[in-house]
Structure formats: C-alpha cells, structure tokens
Design a binder for this molecule. Sequence first.
Ligand code: UGA
Length: 444
Amino acid sequence: MNIAVVGTGYVGLVTGVGLSEIGHHVVCIDTDSEKIKKMSNGQSPIFEPDLENLMVKNISEGRLKFTSNHSKAFKDVDIIYIAVGTPENEDGTADLSYVDQVIVNISQNIENDIILVTKSTVPVGTNEYIRSELRKKIPAFLKVEVVSNPEFLREGSAVYDIFHGDRIVIGSDNKDALNVIREVNEPFGIPIFETDIRSAEMIKYASNAFLATKISFINEIANICEKVGADVDEVANGMGMDSRVGNQFLKAGIGYGGSCFPKDTNALKKIAEHVEYEFSLLSAVIEFNNKQQRRLLEFIPNDFPSLENKNIGVLGLAFKPNTDDIRESASLLVIPELLEMGSNVKVYDPAAIKNAKNLLSKEVQFCDNYIDVIKDSDLVFILTDWDEFKSIPIETYIKYMNVPNIYDGRNCYSINEIKDQPVNYKSIGRVTVNNLIENHVKTK
Ligand code: UGA
C-alpha cells in the first residue's frame, strides 16, 4: 500500500517506520523542513530506542521517505494517517487546530479516493467531524472514508510496542474501509479489534484513564502502607498475581507524568462534562496525582529544619526512563520548590538535560554524570527509574555525599539491600530506613 503519515512526532514517526518495516511504502510529512532533512538522513528527532536503526534500514530499502511537500506526498497515496498533536487547551479540552490544518491540506491536495486513518488522540465524534469537513471541501467525484485507529505506544518502548502490542483497534462505520485498514495492519501479527468509530475513539481515552487510575490507586495504597508498616511493592506483587487485577501499572511512585496521561485524563473529564456527566472518580485520580508528584517534598520537614544553602542532588528529569521527554514530569514541580527553599540544586539525567535546560531556572547546575550530583550533597532525590540509577551501588552515596539522605521516588532499591546501611532512606509506600545518628557526620 502507498501510505502518507502526516505529523512526525513520536506517534507519527514510529507509525510511519513501523508501517514501512512491514512492507508498505510510506511517506512521512512534516511542515518543519529542517526536521525533514535530518530524518531523510536517518536521524531521529526524538530519543526512542531502536528507532534510528529501523529508519536507516527502511530508507535504504526504499520504503520510507520524508517530505514537507503535501501535494507531492498525497499524489498516488491510498491511505493518509493523521498523527499530529492534539495538545491541551487551557480549559483541559483537546486543541484540534493541527487536525483542522491537515483537513485543509488534504482537501487542497488529494487527487484520488482516500481512506483517512486517525492516530491522533481526538475527542469522541471528531472522526465524524473530519469526514464531514473533508466531504464539504473536496470535489464531489472523490470519495473519502475515515477510520479511527488509536495508538497505544509507550514512549521509551514505542518501537517494541508497535510490533508487540496486545491489540490494534480500528473503528469505522464503513465496512470496506475497515477491511482495507485490517489488511494494512495484518502483517504486524497482532490481534485486530474492529468496532464502530465512536467506540474506537473512546477506547483510547478509557484505556489511558484506566491505567492512570491504577497508578493513583496503588499510590494511595502506598501512602497507607507507609502509615501501617506494610510494603507497597509486596502488596502490588501479591495483588498482581490475581489475573483479574493484572500485574502491570501497579508500580508505586511519585505519580504519572508525560504527554499522555495528564492530557488525556483532563480531556476525558471534559468530554464527560460536555454531556453533563460528572466523572468524579477520574477527577479524584487527577487531583491525587498532582499531590503525589510532590510527595517526596513532604519528607523534608522531618529531616531538615531548613534547606537554606543545603546541597541537593536530583537524579532524573524525564517523566519516565528511556525518553528525553520531560513534559508533566515531577522534576518540573520538585526542582523549583527546592530552589524556592534556598537550596543549591545539581541535576543529572541520561537523556533529558537538553530539554530541561529550556524549562528550569539558570540557578540549576546541570551535571554530566551522577557522581557529580551525589558528591557533597546533603540530600539526593531519585525522580526517574533509569537503569543507570538503579545500578548505583548504595556505597557510592555513602562515600560521596555530605550526609547520605536519599529520597527515592521510584523505589529503585529494595528495603532488604538498604536496611543495614548507614543511610537515611525514604521511598514510596515502604518503611523508612534511618541508620544515621542524629543526622550525623559524614561516614566517608
Ligand atoms: C501511555 C500509555 O501507556 C500508552 O499505551 C499510550 O499510547 C500513551 O500513553 C499515549 O497515549 O500516547 P506513556 O505516557 O509513554 O504511555 O508512558 P507510560 O509507560 O504509560 O508511563 C506514564 C507515566 O506513568 C510515567 O510517568 C510512569 O513513570 C508512570 N507509571 C507507569 C507509574 O508511576 N507506575 C506504573 O506502574 C506505570
């Protein structure tokens, strides 16, 4: 099939690369011509494991192209994927202006019948709106059908997910269009769930909202565990063995961030509001997560009368490991508060420093490695569970810190390996280990 993918953010690019890898001829379109130049040379604009290898492979095998020229791209294609961003408006609704722009570009440039596939996360009813707008704008002899095909890729493992997802959802009110898009997707070898267009749109929001709910649920359990002396990781393991509960998305920590869960939960709340339904459970999930992202800061008064002039190290800026994305990351809330309290803040992240520099205060000292962050610190925060941080020997903190106070927001260490160490270690939903005598002297 000849396919055009509009938008080369992480959804569009991974989708385009995935479709080319299973044998389709794909042209990816973006208005940013600098970005197009780079991608044509096999360079990915985003940090995503394995993506560049597949880009280079499919470009060299002639199945993957990049352009900013819509008329050239839409010539001779049968299928157009929309994968542009739908950012959050100030009131929490989804901003559809990029989608509107694509409708205009398509209507001005297509020369034959097309099937439009919507990958962008859009409110229920949007695909029908897209179809009716297009039909109004294109010549009457051209046919256009619309299929909703929500994406379930996780940043940091998007390439793995596109080839190993649990299901592919396609929704349309047109059987023929559905058949074509099923055939396009069959080579992925993943179960395909066919449904109507509105249900497909809702599946995306409901899935993200459910996963966000699971995370907030286990985090509330974690906060209770801390008070009753239980261990949330043990609790999650025990719960997860019940297949009705499922063992994923039960990792307690400092809440969810990223470009999807916060945006999509707010958007779903708004979708409900528009039909005069109050989604109170989801409101609680959102509100609780906002609090949980600051959870580690609540430990401070117990250990420090003041943070004035204290050296604070922060390990992790990205909202999760294996990505350079810092959108809605806890680091963006925690670091400004630490500066506000008068402390000196040093940070390190294996991938996200460049993005964070644009958003964090100039007072923050960016380091090239974790040792520089840990060295001479009075307190270290672990905010992202990168493998690199999980493998730091606990002795390193003891050796290099002024006083080994560690606040671990991702439970990177087991309590067993910490419990006899001369550290003050606080994590999420587990007992505090404090083997420091009265915030004592260095153990170097
Ligand atoms: C999420 C969904 O998992 C994807 O299926 C979906 O396609 C994507 O949103 C999207 O809508 O585009 P993503 O935001 O990339 O993917 O990352 P996740 O792995 O879901 O993690 C989201 C946040 O939840 C991270 O901050 C992570 O640290 C946190 N999390 C995740 C937990 O705190 N505990 C967990 O058990 C799992």
